[in-house]
Design a protein around this ligand. Sequence first.
Ligand code: NAI
Length: 456
Amino acid sequence: MSDRYLDLTSGGPGRKIAKTLGLPQPAVLRRTDPDSVDSPLAPGTVLLLTDGTDAAAADAAGIVDHLLGWGVDVRRDTVGVATVGAVVVVATGIGRSGDFTAPALALGAQLRSLGRSGRVVVVYRDAEESDSPALAASRAGIDGFVRTVAKEMRGGATANGIALTGGVDAGAPSPAGALRFLLAARSAFVSGQILHAGPGGSAPADWRRPLSGHVVAVTGAARGIGAQIVAVAARDGAKVVGIDVPAAGEALAATMNAAGGISLQLDVTADDAADRILAAARARYGRLDVVVHNAGILRDKLLANMTEEKFASLVAVNIAAPVRMNETFAAPGALGDADHAARIISLASTSGIAGNRGQSNYSYAKAGIIGMTESLAGAMASAGGTANAVAPGFIETDMTAKIPAVPRQVSRRMSSLQQGGLPVDVAEAICFLASPQAGGINGETLRVCGQLVVGR
Ligand code: NAI
């Protein structure tokens, strides 16, 4: 589904008219070129700023090692720099609220030189691990700061935070993996978000194919977001099992053939769904490592007009099925092995965070996904795995194409990036969470919504 307003205003006279009239000016976002994944990683030089403390200097040194290893041009100042592609602020040493003024203003001074689809990433320590109100305040404040900077970005640029947990250094595998994701085109539609990264995880053998050797099962794989998850996972090196209802068998076969994976025609509400998915993956690939609960349906109605059939059928597919299947997938030994960590990733929605008129059933199910994920995280971690969720906002799919024209236009412009996301944007976030470098990210719900102006 194309966004004609974006096409019209992305250059030439249309852009000038939009500017003159004060209308939204969405930018064409930098997305990953499948032929040259992550190359170059950032759209220009990466400028590294710190809060001036020894702690931040040590964390910055760890980050610099990674950036240089990834072939990034990284500098401490902008002397002689043509385009600033990203600014990384390391604020892991602040102890009082006043300590953040200098790094905040140093970042502010660079924002005008940030190139199109540029990136701001602030790395700091999670407020929840603070031992005094003053420390907690100085850290928690950065959450709000990052969300506001994201709203002030222009030209498709984004701002996000990495909150370190569990005493981890900024250069540890998962914070570094999160930094790479947030700098890269892969995170095109992620803005205003805080990723909590702790110990665990490891750098992939090949950053361009981080899922190499992993076996990934995706439900609802025939079309839309599910089909893109299959394609991106295959691009990243995974072997893929795609699951969808028999009625979508033809589309499923087309998707899976293109990705070189296998199809399984199955309704996820079946009692034996998880066993059949495991059996199919093991029969073909000997193992299953990652499960993506993507299958979902809509049955919108105002609650006053809601029927039992609409509420119950949606709950059965969107939340009861993942919960039941996870009783099998989260059991010891079901997913992964010594070399491949277990991952369960589920599709939530911004409707489950902020609510959405006409979607009481859907919001119930999607908020349930977030609760299920947080609860699963501990059990998964004890065996070295993770459970995370991704909450898309307005994504251009067959589902959102059915929204009448005017509300559809309004919904698109309601995010800081002033446009809908693409299925590939959601798929990129899911494949990042599935990858070895995300092993220290657990129990999170990552929004892929262009910073939709709803929710927290
Ligand atoms: P879609 O309707 O295009 O695709 C969903 C797929 O799930 C279809 O292929 C369908 O056949 C399959 N499916 C439905 N019931 C099934 C069942 N019982 N067993 C097996 N497969 C089944 O939907 P879309 O837009 O790709 O959404 C994918 C996921 O992302 C859903 O969980 C949805 O709730 C979520 N999401 C989508 C958003 C959007 O803007 N498109 C926004 C927020 C969340």
